[in-house]
Write a protein that binds this ligand. Structure first.
Ligand SMILES: NC(=O)C1=CN([C@@H]2O[C@H](COP(=O)(O)OP(=O)(O)OC[C@H]3O[C@@H](n4cnc5c(N)ncnc54)[C@H](O)[C@@H]3O)[C@@H](O)[C@H]2O)[C@H](O)CC1
Ligand SMILES: [K+]
Length: 534
């Protein structure tokens, strides 16, 4: 499902109105009718409740006025409280406002000189509040009366239904500008907005439904928006069942550079993650003295013992062997548990520059590249990096809060600048490609906060790359399946005690289901918390 910013959505509205000729008032009516149907599904006896519509002065208020008319028509006691004087209304919002008067629907204009408590009494009397204060037109911090009203509404604890976006939530980022409505549910128009799925958006928006307001699909298709919510429909469209006559030689051969003394588990998890998504063959480069350990630990993956440092990590002296071996393989996953030994650092940097096959880099590899990112620029093959926020901060020269506040921009900017695909892990993992493509993941659980989870992900992504999946899609699908496997393995209930190896046996079943699914069938299951939707 596509994700839009406020300005992209405004541009789609403009094209539909000006170039296609569908009047704005028609879009507004479609928006209000779609929202009304969704709100009635959220609160079944809504048309029998006392409803207050809180309105501002823009088209978001216009949607709210139309909703007031619709619920009045269904017999609901409706009143409208408008925080701006009537002379500030214009266009389609004014048309809908004037209709309210002709139908005798009470409209109160909030007079700032009057007592707050007196005016708020109208809101307090309601069973349900419809929030049509601010939509995609939000421009600055919410202050003054708007702020007071929003805070007072949140304190009431009554059901709040938001029109398009919870007022105060920035549609392009999911940031709260000063304050924002905490909605029970939100009906949004045309496309889902970035703000519904990023930052504080999921917590503020409640259940989200995308309402079709009549923007022609061709207009959306020509928008050039390259940002997606990684949902089931999208992921299943990227993967299909293998032909019956497939053999392991056609399913790709992954090489893995992982592990050192004390970190052999990381190497095993990378290898097994790759095998579980269907990599045909996996070979692990292993420090010579650790080979006996890895031979016991790994059954299906092969090992290639190579030169080691005195710290039992792979050394620079192994470079010829490794580069030669890589020549006819499909990808290299490198980093987890390789150590920060000088010799290993030198090897890693050389492999990043010279690898003849795509690379998936994680953990120690990212620490090494944060100290010296030049090899990324000089890489001769596509690179995927999979940092957690701490690693992203080091790579980008920022603090962790700076990364977390700005996840989308930081990932996109690093991707573009260093020409690498970035998988920024954390709640709502992001995948950014240098050409501007960006995806936000929907799967995962807090139970994933345990050692080794990232190693499995590295293996899964690399294992998809060797099977020929384009690197951005491989990263997206790996992230999606990884989160789904964790949900499945933790039974969706427990929030602790899940370990990385628990994910492995459930992966094949999940892929099997995804492969055989009709992508069209689940595209529009869009009426829930975006982070709960698959
Ligand atoms: N025909 C269409 O274009 C459709 C639009 N729809 C709805 O319209 C809103 C977007 O409307 P817009 O008029 O651009 O903006 P808003 O109503 O969200 O608000 C603008 C209004 O608010 C003032 N303002 C901005 N920031 C603040 C602030 N921090 N504090 C107070 N006031 C602020 C600003 O000056 C304007 O006066 C969209 O969300 C949809 O709900 C429908 O989709 C139908 C098609
Ligand atoms: K709103």
């Amino acid at each position: 499902m596509l994700l839009a910013t406020a300005s992209e959505m405004a541009e789609l509205d403009r094209k539909t109105i000006e170039e296609i000729g569908i009047p704005g008032i028609v879009l507004m009516e479609n928006a209000a009718r779609g929202a009304a149907a969704f709100f009635e599904a959220v609160i079944p006896d809504l048309a029998r409740r006392h409803i207050v519509v809180l309105a501002g002065s823009g088209n978001n208020a216009g949607d709210g006025f139309a909703l007031a008319r619709i619920f009045h028509g269904k017999g609901a006691p409706v009143r409208v409280v408008c925080l701006r004087p009537a002379h500030r209304l214009k266009g389609d919002a004014l048309i809908n406002y004037n209709i309210l008067h002709r139908l005798g629907i009470p409209v109160y204009h909030w007079d700032e000189r009057e007592d707050f408590a007196l005016q708020f009494a109208h809101v307090q009397k309601a069973d349900v509040i419809l929030d049509a204060l601010l939509g995609t037109g939000l421009q600055s911090e919410v202050r003054g009366l708007y702020r007071e009203v929003i805070d007072a509404v949140n304190a009431l604890g009554k059901p709040v239904l938001s029109v398009d976006v919870p007022s105060g939530l920035h549609a392009g980022t999911g940031r709260v500008l000063g304050t924002a409505i905490k909605a029970t549910a939100t009906a949004t128009f045309g496309l889902l907005k970035v703000g519904h799925v990023m930052g504080e958006g999921p917590a503020r928006s409640g259940r989200v439904q995308v309402v079709d307001i009549g923007i022609p699909p061709a207009v959306t298709a020509s928008s050039g928006i390259q940002r997606w919510l990684l949902d089931r429909g999208l992921c299943s469209s990227w993967i299909s069942p293998r032909p019956a006559d497939t053999h392991k030689g056609r399913a790709g051969h992954l090489c893995v550079l992982s592990g050192s003394a004390g970190k052999t588990g990381a190497a095993a998890l990378v290898c097994e993650g790759a095998l579980r998504v269907g990599a045909g063959l996996v070979t692990l480069f292993v420090p010579r003295s650790l080979n006996p350990v890895m031979e016991v630990k790994l059954t299906e993956a092969m090992t290639l013992p190579v030169e080691e440092t005195e710290a039992q990590s792979v050394s620079l002296a192994a470079r010829e062997t490794i580069l030669e071996f890589l020549a006819d393989k499909e990808a290299l996953a490198a980093g987890p548990g390789i150590s920060l030994h000088e010799g290993t650092q030198a090897l890693l940097k050389e492999l990043v520059e010279k690898s003849p096959v795509p690379l998936v880099l994680d953990a120690d590899a990212l620490t090494i590249l944060a100290r010296d990112p030049a090899p990324l620029q000089n890489a001769s093959s596509p690179v995927i990096v999979t940092p957690h926020p701490g690693e992203m901060a080091r790579l980008a020269g920022l603090s962790v809060p700076q990364v977390q506040k700005n996840r989308l921009d930081v990932a996109a900017e690093f991707s573009r600048r260093h020409n690498v695909i970035v998988v920024l892990k954390g709640h709502g993992t992001l995948v950014a490609a240098p050409d501007g493509r960006l995806a936000v993941n929907t799967t995962g659980t807090p139970a994933m906060a345990s050692g080794g989870m990232g190693d499995v992900l590295t293996g899964m992504i690399a294992g998809l790359v060797v099977q020929g999946l384009e690197p951005f899609r491989a990263a997206c699908l790996g992230v999606y399946l990884h989160g789904l496997a964790a949900e499945e393995a933790s039974g969706n209930a427990t929030s602790r005690g899940l370990i990385a190896t628990d994910l492995l046996p459930v992966i094949p079943r999940l892929i099997g289901r995804l492969e055989t699914e009709d992508p069209g069938s689940s595209h529009l299951q869009a009426d829930d918390d975006p982070h709960q939707r698959r």
